[in-house]
Design a protein around this ligand. Sequence first.
Ligand SMILES: Nc1ncnc2c1ncn2[C@@H]1O[C@H](COP(=O)(O)OP(=O)(O)O)[C@@H](O)[C@H]1O
Ligand SMILES: [Mg+2]
Length: 228
Amino acid sequence: MNPLLASRGLSAGYGGTTVVWDVDIDVHEGEVVALLGANGAGKTTTLLTLSGDHPASDGEVHLFGQPTKAPLSVRASRGLAMVPEDRSVFSGLTVRENLRVSRSDQDQALELFPELVPLIDRKAGLLSGGEQQILSLARALSRNPRLLLADELSLGLAPKIVSRLIEAVSDAAVNRGVGVLLVEQHARQALRVADRVMVMRRGRIVLNLTAEEVGKDLSLLEDTYLTG
Ligand SMILES: Nc1ncnc2c1ncn2[C@@H]1O[C@H](COP(=O)(O)OP(=O)(O)O)[C@@H](O)[C@H]1O
Ligand SMILES: [Mg+2]
């Protein structure tokens, strides 16, 4: 089976300085790939480049079997959804309006995230951080993407919300065949649902293991990425 997303030798940077080198990533249908790494390792730059929101300086991206250099809007129309690091809700709009402007299927969003029902007419800016992140994920998943790129969904949130978000991502993969590339600081949370784990260090992929290979022993993983 061809991967939904494949990069080969992907490099990217800012203002002529390369910060991500030679990244090979494959994400298959129904697969959750966790991308771990210390702060500044290059995870966000990798996701932005894979999504078309940031230019590659070298290498290739194949999306749904086709090489692409298209911008994010075009990749999104083909079935890529991105939940970026900064919560991407419109704070002056209500939950309902947020779903509408992102052309999400509102019924599906509320079915996936019933906790949004009582909040539907509340301004997104008045929601808690966790609720805003649930709304971001609801917007992404209720557009029926084939591929989801999610950057630090759990950043700064309470453990209960973190589990809820990770569980929703896992459901999308298991029940709807969505391929997921999940950037996550918490290795333990990511490993609960990941099929494969990649660790990035100083702009390069230094480990690429199946969940089975990692097993229950996180020490290898944590030693690798906590040392920056
Ligand atoms: N907009 C930017 N301009 C210049 N350098 C940046 C920018 N964003 C990130 N960087 C640098 O690129 C490197 C990788 O950052 P990033 O991809 O955000 O890592 P991570 O998401 O793993 O924390 C860091 O050294 C960071 O300082
Ligand atoms: Mg980041």
